[in-house]
Design a protein. Structure first.
Length: 730
């Protein structure tokens, strides 16, 4: 066997707890195998090894290493015995001789077995950053960081390429996890000499020892990072940044704080300043509410807030400006154009209806733009245009409803004029504005007068004194009371009529006999309501037509002829002089025209028929109908037709002819249509004056027969002598 050399590291042996990792006893450990060369290829068996060079130690500990730590197996494997202390620094080479044999030879020895003890290498010590940091407010136990803020991020960490036991120095400042190498503080940095302001660094060293006790060391520095001041910030209460909201107890802005390190605030250090002196701060938890101590005006307000955190290294200060907007005074609105009737009295409502007395009440409103803090009008006052004198007439409710407080009626304000005023209004914040208003004065309409009928045609018999002409009824647009005492007549013929109130109507009557006329009679009825502003009127038109009467009579008919007919009737001279008393003509002159029947000195006169007519010609006489002149003991009757001799009636004969074919103006014939013969009947015409006007007429005409007539059925016609015979009906 040739000499052979083996090597084993001293750390393969036992250790005695000089490394911080605890004592350790090694187990049986293989170092290597001895090689042999047998010429016959026989199996070589080792019987032992003999120490030739040892440490001389007692194997008490690493400082007293083993003297004979190795052994060999029969197969030639060199082994480190269990529980052996090795130390290359004390003894680094063990030498042995080996005894061995094969199956055919006795034991022998040759060559040297050398076991070198190699030194245990120092651990390779590293750190996870070249720069370590700790915040200046750190307290004992705080982690040293690699993040420059010194409070967050990765913890400072030392590492080795083998299991080691870490130690740090100075232990008064630092602490290290002996197994993980994580570095932390072992003292309060806060309130020490180490601050960010001074730029101080803290220094130390770390030693790492392996199980055998081999160590490595490195130094480090820890930079002291800033503990930032809290940062005040302002958050405005937008709803109150105006003169309506910027009032005592209302918050206009809130101060809150942020702290980079999430440190607790030191509220004892809080200060708030404002140059105006009009603001207060009210603590609310960790915030401060900034509130006015008086109503703020529209302006800009500066303020400053400052505070420290619980460590108190620095003061955080923030300035802030708030501009308080001036709230609008408001803009006056209306619900329409305003009207008031000229007859209005105290308490009357202003209206939007153009009649000024009905419909929607006039109302004022106010709009606010912008509308801060739900501003709303609270009251209205109405002044004269000078804004200082209370209005003489106008008033408004707190909600803006308009009315009057004194009578407009009988004032200077009448239809066509207007009332003006100034509406002054205030909201709940005391903002006061104004706007002008105009009230248009409207007409108090006159009563409406209705005449029933409004026009008519009446005969003279119907318009005698006291006769009913028409009735007047009244209505009033405003439902005002009618002033019946104001009723009057005006117009050309007003003096002919009288009035009398009956209930709510007025009856109109003739106050004299009204004669027929070709012209109409007109009058205007006038009346006022209780206020008397305007007069209601209605005009009545009256047409009065003359009456024509058909009489028959018996006096002297037996002897009557064309020669004596007028004398028999009572006017022998035919000149309206010396009229026979109680004759037919005398009775007519005395007022019997229109009477139904009356006795004369020699007979009876009877009204056969009458009619209203404007002309004697045409069909007037025919319209009397069938005339019966029989009777009177077989003697029959003579006939008379009476008519007013006035301009109201036409076709008045000037003379009478006995046959057709004439050409004289105003000459007529009486044509008799009967069942025996249709022919011109001899007749006379006579004009006379009456003793007193009859239905307004003083002179009448009379057509008359000149003899007795006994026919029972006949029609009469008045025909111009130049005309032609009418068609026969009988």
């Amino acid at each position: 066997m040739a000499s052979q050399t083996f090597t084993i590291n001293e750390s393969s042996g036992s250790n005695d707890n000089n490394n911080g990792l605890g004592a350790g006893t090694n187990s049986l450990t293989t170092v290597g195998s001895v090689t042999t060369n047998d010429n016959e290829g026989d199996t070589v068996t080792f019987t032992g090894i003999t120490l030739t060079s040892g440490s001389g130690g007692s194997n008490a500990n690493q400082s007293n290493p083993s003297n004979d730590p190795f052994q060999i197996t029969s197969a030639g494997v060199i082994q480190l015995k269990a529980g052996q202390f090795l130390n290359s620094d004390i003894f680094s080479q063990y030498k042995y001789t080996a005894t061995y044999k094969d199956n055919f030879n006795a034991a022998s020895s040759s060559g040297t077995l050398t076991v070198n003890i190699s030194a245990d290498p120092a651990p390779n010590l590293t750190k996870n950053s070249s720069n370590f940091y700790i915040i200046e407010s750190a307290v004992s136990g705080a982690l040293v960081r690699t993040n420059s803020n010194g409070r967050s991020g990765t913890q400072a960490d030392f590492n080795a390429d083998e299991t080691v036991f870490f130690q740090v120095n100075p232990t008064s400042d630092f602490s290290i996890n002996s197994s993980s190498g994580l570095l932390s503080m072992n003292r309060n940095v806060s309130e020490s000499i180490y601050t960010n302001n001074t730029g101080n660094q803290m220094s130390g060293s770390v030693t790492a020892s392996n199980a055998f006790g081999t160590s490595a060391s490195t130094t480090f520095s820890v930079n002291v990072a800033i503990n930032n001041a809290p940062t005040p910030s302002f958050s405005n209460t937008s709803a109150n940044i105006n003169t309506n909201g910027a009032r005592p107890s209302n918050t206009i802005t809130t101060i809150s704080f942020s702290d980079t390190e999430s440190d607790t605030l030191d509220h004892n250090t809080f200060t708030f300043t404002n140059p105006s002196g009009q603001l207060n701060s009210v603590k609310s938890g960790d915030t401060y509410l900034i509130q006015p101590n008086q109503n703020l005006s529209g302006s800009s307000y500066a303020m400053t807030a400052s505070i420290k955190d619980t460590h108190g290294f620095r003061t955080g200060t923030t300035t802030h400006d708030i501009t308080i907007a001036s709230a609008p005074l408001g803009t006056l609105t209306t619900n329409g154009t305003f009207y008031l009737i000229e007859s209005a009295v105290s308490g009357a409502l202003i209206r939007t209806n153009s009649n000024g007395f009905s419909g929607t009440q006039g109302d004022l409103g106010v709009t606010y733009s912008p509308q801060y803090n739900s501003a709303a009008v609270q009251s209205f006052s109405i002044f004269e245009s000078n804004n200082t004198t209370a209005h003489q007439f106008l008033t408004a409710s707190s909600a803006g409803a308009l009315s009057i407080k004194s009578n407009i009626s009988q004032s200077a304000f009448t239809s066509g004029t207007s009332l003006t005023g100034s509406a002054v209004f205030s909201d709940q914040f005391g903002n006061t504005g104004s706007g002008s208003i105009t009230i248009n004065i409207r007409t108090n309409n006159a009563p409406s007068v209705t005449l029933t009928p409004s026009s008519q045609t009446l005969s003279t018999e119907q318009v005698t004194s006291g006769s009913f002409i028409c009735s007047a009824s009244f209505s009033d647009t405003e439902s005002d009371s009618i002033n019946y005492n104001s009723f009057t007549f005006t117009g050309t013929h007003a003096s002919l009529f009288s009035s009398e109130r009956v209930g709510n109507a007025v009856l109109v009557t003739a106050n004299t006999d009204i004669s027929a006329s070709k012209s109409n009679y007109t009058f205007t009825a006038n009346i006022k309501d209780e206020h008397g502003f305007n007069t209601g009127q209605a005009t009545h038109t009256l047409t009065v037509t003359p009456m024509v009467y058909f009489y028959k009579q018996t006096q002297g008919v037996q002897t009557m002829s064309s020669a004596n007919a007028i004398a028999v009737l009572g006017d022998a001279g035919g000149d309206d002089i010396g009229v026979t008393t109680n004759s037919p003509i005398d009775n007519f002159k005395s007022g019997s025209i229109g009477s139904g029947s009356f006795a004369t000195s020699g007979g009876q006169t009877t009204l056969v028929a009458s009619q209203s007519a404007a002309d004697l010609g045409g069909s007037t006489l025919r319209n009397f109908g069938s005339i019966n002149l029989s009777g009177n003991g077989g003697n029959g009757h003579s006939w008379m037709i009476l008519f007013p001799s006035s301009s109201a009636i036409g076709g008045k004969p000037n003379s009478m002819a006995t046959s057709l074919g004439g050409s004289t103006a105003d000459e007529y014939v009486i044509y008799n249509d009967n069942s025996i013969a249709d022919a011109v009947e001899t007749a006379g015409i006579h004009y006379f004056s009456v003793n007193s006007p009859i239905r307004g007429v003083s002179r009448f005409g009379m057509l008359h027969g000149v003899g007795a007539n006994t026919e029972t059925n006949q029609f009469y016609h008045l025909v111009p002598s130049s005309g032609s015979a009418p068609s026969s009906e009988l």
